[in-house]
Design a protein around this ligand. Structure first.
Ligand code: TNX
Length: 497
């Protein structure tokens, strides 16, 4: 085996040794219970071999005393396989690396002899799924958790609300889903998560070492709120910025009280200075905090195009204070950096370009000046909803599109915003907006393979990142993805196996 093993994201250290370990039926996987069961299951799925778990194992998974969180060490020799990690997440990631190493050689399933030591670069490694523009149900979300966690992502950000629908049932404001969740973009069926569905997603994510970050997007992107609670909805905004956005995305302006099924953004707002809005925010974020074990609640704050700057600043200060008081860390899109009085713990999510335009970098820096950190989601690199070709059925092009796998790969987190280095970066997140994305097959076709490029930006050390190497390794994942039912796009420029 001289070929470089197809491990994505690239590990911190990989050394290829001599020989191979032969995977045959009868091979026993043992050690720590959860990891060995997962390992046997995934290897069986990959190869079709019946592997057993038990004592006298040739593949052994062990928890050890010391090491960085989420790290692992994997040693494959012709005699056996040892996986060690200081925590369950590390074992989980080691198992997924092992599964990526499986290869077919002279008619046998083998693992190449390797020694790997690995640990993540960033602590926040996110994917975002928009369940508002098109609703995506629990099974689809579970599938996305399977896929993302296998690439060592540890955060699932759910964009739960937008103009087109409110997708989480709340007992404090039942009309949010009673009236606000009936449709999706293009008048497709709507839908929402019950509290039980949400708990199911949170638990499934946790079992895959992912934290759910739920987002209620306010004050803009709230047309659907007005369907059930018109008393806190401002009339659709009229401004040049709104006109431009409506012209760019399409679907026209909304009619108050009627579900919005277009693609435009920026026209809606909650009423800013109102006791009823305040009570609404306290109730909905309070209920969300109680349902959410993770440390973060996302408050949105993007594209409030019709909201005067002073109103926007006052609103973002208010909503971040409410979330902080609930004992959670607020996250807001970078526009909220323009609000001087946001809760100082607020994490900013930068969605500008790799080369920042206008005042996006300045707004992003404000979060760090307050003592917090940034999540980087440069839209022209890791927005998974960007088209690869103008003629593609799915996706948008506004972020310097069409894009490419190479563009998604070739960027370095510390080189985007001047003055924002490693310590100011909490992590990297790849959002998937779903204006054009209707079902699980669409999600696979858009997210794969570019999600793998984002995974490497989030996990791998800069010295391990190299486009030519990635291009080869990602090709090697094709058979694993096919085997696990991932309907990825065979993008040009990669020699898919
Ligand atoms: C911009 S990114 C948006 C979303 C759209 C997306 C489409 C951001 C914070 N806002 O409302 O869905 O573009 O790519």
């Amino acid at each position: 085996m001289t070929q470089r093993p197809a491990v994505v994201p690239a590990p911190a250290m990989i050394h290829v040794g001599d020989g191979t370990f032969l995977l045959g039926s009868g091979v026993v996987v043992g050690g720590e219970a959860a990891a060995s069961a997962l390992c046997a299951q995934l290897l069986a799925q990959r190869t079709g071999l019946a592997l057993e778990t038990g004592a006298d194992a040739q593949l052994f998974c062990a928890l050890i005393e010391h090491g960085e969180p989420e790290s692992y060490r994997l040693r494959v020799t012709p005699e056996g396989v040892q996986l060690e990690a200081p925590d369950a997440a590390g074992l989980f990631y080691g198992v997924h690396t092992l599964v990526q190493l499986v290869a077919r050689h002279d008619g046998e399933w083998i693992l190449p002899a390797v020694e790997i030591t690995d640990a993540p670069r960033f602590e926040y490694r996110g994917v975002m799924l928009d369940v508002a523009r098109h609703f995506h149900g629990v099974n689809t979300v579970r599938g996305y958790i399977d896929r993302a966690s296998a690439l060592k992502f540890n955060v699932l950000h759910l964009h739960l609300t937008d103009d087109q629908g409110w997708r989480l049932e709340l007992s404090s404001r039942p009309e949010l889903t009673g009236s606000g969740a009936g449709t999706s973009v293009g008048d497709k069926p709507g839908g929402y998560f019950s509290a039980g569905d949400y708990r199911d997603i949170v638990a499934y994510a946790a079992s895959h070492h992912m934290t759910v970050v739920p987002e209620f997007d306010v004050p803009g992107h709230t047309h659907a709120v007005g369907l059930g609670y018109p008393e806190i909805a401002a009339p659709p905004a009229v401004s040049e910025a709104v006109d431009d956005a409506v012209a760019q995305f399409g679907g026209g302006m909304p009619t108050p009280g009627v579900p919005y099924i277009g693609l435009a953004v920026g026209f809606s707002s909650l009423i800013i200075d109102s006791a009823a809005t305040d009570e609404f925010l306290t109730a909905v974020f309070g209920e969300l905090a109680a349902m959410t074990p993770g440390p973060y609640l996302h408050v949105g704050g993007d594209e409030a195009l019709g909201t005067p700057p002073a109103d926007f600043a006052a609103f973002m200060a208010r909503v971040t204070a409410i979330v902080a008081k609930l004992g959670k860390t607020p996250i807001a899109w970078h526009e909220a950096g323009a609000a001087p009085d946001i809760a100082p713990s607020t994490v900013g999510q930068y969605w500008g370009f790799v080369a920042p335009t206008a005042d996006s970098a300045e707004k992003a820096r404000a979060f760090v000046a307050h003592g917090s950190r940034l999540i980087l989601s440069p839209a022209d690199a890791v927005y998974l909803d960007m088209k690869e070709n103008d003629s593609d059925r799915l996706g948008l092009t506004w972020a310097n599109g069409p894009t490419s796998l190479e563009r998604s790969y070739r960027w370095e987190p510390t080189s985007i915003i001047e003055g924002i280095g490693e310590d100011a970066i909490l992590g990297v997140e790849a959002p998937l907006w779903t204006e054009t994305i209707v079902d699980a097959a669409d999600i696979d076709a858009m997210a794969f393979p570019r999600i793998a490029a984002a995974a490497e930006a989030a996990w791998s050390q800069p010295e391990q990142r190299d486009w030519e190497s990635f291009r080869g390794r990602v090709a090697g994942l094709g058979p694993l993805w096919s085997r696990t039912g991932i309907a990825f796009t065979r993008v040009a420029g990669v020699e898919w196996a």
